[in-house]
Design a binder for this molecule. Structure first.
Ligand code: ZN
Length: 311
């Protein structure tokens, strides 16, 4: 119950923050650029029974095949769902999808929920993720509204801390709240592959979704936590972009620690989001990660949500 209370308080706090900040319209989040016609999918084999499926314009889906049915991590956006499920069905040894993990509530992850649940799949998510799918969410920075999911599309098996799906498949909450407050990882032990959703990616700066709990400090905590779950040989599968190595994960953890420290310093000096952007706190990473302005703005605002004395 304590957890639920914290969740609710944070929602209220963030709603207040959004209106107080009076943010101007920005371009729609690239994560949710919808409507592209899904072209041919690409399949990357990580092991005999483990594949990354990428439909152009959609985020990565990780598929584990086996006698008991397919286990998926994330299901892509609704517009890409048909193409993704076709690609899954075409994998060697594929059967029906038995289990789908939602790494978080975003539409790019939950677009196959309804189809798969109606076909009998178990949809596993951290309880906060389920809660976000039961309510409309509005991003104040660009006005984007995400409608609650129909009951049939909501995760039907939730957990708070961690669990084991079967021997060799462990999953757990990343309570640091890097991207949202319901982020989960799934670790496929025999294949030594770790699925991390949108917590880590080298393919551009993330959306810091502080409306549903993500924050810059959480990016530091969660990347450091993932380093303790992974080992030097682990391959890390993010929602966006290429599969990462342990060294890549380490570099991300160190990058976010540097940025967090700079943003905290700016906050303590009484600076605001625009001054944070002007201070270029990400400058040595921009060549790799791209234009940082929206990221820096959101990351700075996320500090208000977590660190302000009246929060
Ligand atoms: Zn996301």
């Amino acid at each position: 119950m304590e957890y639920q209370g914290r969740h609710t308080r944070r929602v209220l706090l963030k709603a207040a923050l959004g209106s107080a900040a009076g943010l101007a319209l920005a371009s729609p989040g690239r994560l949710f650029a919808a409507g592209q016609a899904p072209a041919a999918s690409a399949t990357q084999r990580l092991a005999d029974d483990l594949y990354v499926i990428t439909v152009p314009g959609a985020e990565n889906v990780l598929a584990r095949t086996g006698a008991g049915g397919v286990v998926l991590v994330d299901g892509g956006a609704a517009a890409s769902s048909d193409a993704i499920l076709k690609a899954v069905a075409a994998l060697p040894g594929a059967g029906p999808v038995r289990t789908l993990f939602n790494t978080h509530w975003h539409p790019s992850q939950t677009g196959s929920n309804e189809t798969l649940a109606k076909a009998g799949a178990q949809i596993i998510a951290q309880e906060n993720t389920r809660l976000w799918t039961t309510t409309d969410v509005k991003w104040p920075w660009n006005g984007q509204v995400f409608k609650r999911l129909p009951k049939a599309a909501q995760p039907n098996k939730t957990f708070y801390t961690n669990g084991t799906l079967e021997p060799g498949i462990r999953y757990g909450h990343l309570p640091d709240a890097a991207h949202t407050d319901g982020d989960l990882y799934v670790y496929f032990e025999p294949q030594n592959v770790l699925a991390v959703g949108d917590v880590v990616s080298t393919a551009g700066w993330p959306t810091v979704d502080y409306i549903t709990g993500g924050w810059a400090g959480g990016m530091v905590g969660a990347t450091q936590r993932l380093l303790t779950i992974a080992n030097e040989q682990t391959r890390i599968v993010p929602s966006r972009g290429p599969v990462l190595s342990y060294a890549d994960l380490k570099a991300q953890a160190s990058m976010y620690a540097t940025i967090y420290e700079r943003l905290s310093t700016l906050l303590n000096r009484g600076r605001g989001p625009s001054e944070a952007v002007a201070a270029k706190p990400t400058k040595e990473f921009d060549a790799q990660m791209g234009n940082p302005d929206e990221f820096v703005r959101r990351a700075f605002e996320s500090l208000w949500a977590y660190l302000s004395p009246d929060a």
